[in-house]
Write a protein that binds this ligand. Structure first.
Ligand code: G
Ligand code: G
Ligand code: MN
Ligand code: NA
Length: 257
């Protein structure tokens, strides 16, 4: 309860900020996009990990204003990078969206307004949702269809860990599959054919359905190489880059000649 009321103040007092984890093209090595990850610099507790405060925010409903702040801040940052380094320097930004936000009847209008205010086009925005949050009835489904209709792209985060992955792909307008880190952890383990099989199957699924596949949580060069050979064009993880402040992401962007 304490953390909840402090989080309410955190939004007002500007204690939140975003880190940006680069996603790279595993073939060319170029920066493809970034995922925005919220951080809380608490005045006395120091940095509170998102795994501690996001669940609190979800239970209290504070995730709605918090998520609104994240969306606007992330889009503002992407627009600033593109203005400074050119549109080719970075194509899109990934923003995590909680179930509660998708249920908010104003969400589509909010996304539309943020895109208009920041001058981005819908294709610059990728919303990361989990399998469990999309299976939530007619209203959420209509919201996802409306966002997709605008041209905003949808990514299924933690893919492979949910309940109904395959039927979901036919029922919802999905554009990107993010293979969960747990499968990446298993691919170089000779003993663990199960996780290797899931990683390979997700890559194939993406290819046949014409979706992007992103491998998450890559921690070694060996994993990156195996995933690339498995057909993963895009990868994310500490081996490639940690979540970074905006200035360090800018260093990764090549200035057009
Ligand atoms: O950033 P990692 O650094 O520790 O994030 C931990 C968890 O918090 C992940 O599951 C991640 O998806 C989630 N998370 C990080 N930033 C956001 C955010 O802005 N909104 C939501 N809903 N979840 C987030
Ligand atoms: O649930 P989601 O996929 O949004 O969570 C992203 C989380 O994964 C963030 O907490 C981010 O800091 C973390 N993360 C990103 N790359 C790695 C990695 O290579 N290893 C580990 N352990 N965590 C990672
Ligand atoms: Mn994510
Ligand atoms: Na994930």
């Amino acid at each position: 309860a304490r953390l909840g009321s402090e989080l309410h103040n955190a939004i007002i007092r500007h204690e939140l900020y975003l880190a940006y984890q680069p996603v790279f093209d595993l073939v060319t090595g170029r920066l493809a996009c970034v995922e925005a990850l919220v951080r809380w610099n608490h005045p006395t507790r120091g940095n509170v990990p998102p795994n501690d405060f996001i669940p609190v925010a979800e239970r209290s409903g504070l995730i709605v204003p918090l998520g609104s702040w994240v969306l606007r801040e992330a889009c503002t940052q992407l627009a600033a990078w593109r203005a400074e380094y050119g549109d080719a320097a970075i194509g899109s930004i990934n923003v995590n969206v909680a179930a509660r936000q998708l249920r908010d009847p104003g969400f589509v209008d909010e996304v539309t307004a943020v895109l208009a205010d920041t001058g981005l086009v819908p294709a610059n925005l990728v919303l990361e949702v989990t399998e469990s949050s999309v299976v939530d009835g007619r209203q959420v489904r209509d919201t996802l269809e409306a966002l997709h209709g605008l041209g905003v792209r949808l990514a299924l985060d933690d893919f492979g860990t949910g309940q109904s992955s395959l039927s979901l792909l036919r029922a919802f307008p999905v554009d990107v599959l993010k293979l969960d880190k747990s499968f990446v952890d298993g691919i170089c383990d000779g003993e663990d054919r199960g996780r290797l099989a899931v990683a390979a199957a997700v890559s194939q699924l993406a290819e046949y359905l014409d979706l992007y596949a992103v491998a998450e949580g890559i921690e070694t060069a060996e994993q990156a190489e195996r995933l690339r050979r498995m057909g993963y064009r895009l990868g994310q993880g500490y081996h490639l880059a940690k979540p970074l402040p905006p200035g360090e992401v800018a260093v990764l962007m090549t200035r057009p000649a």
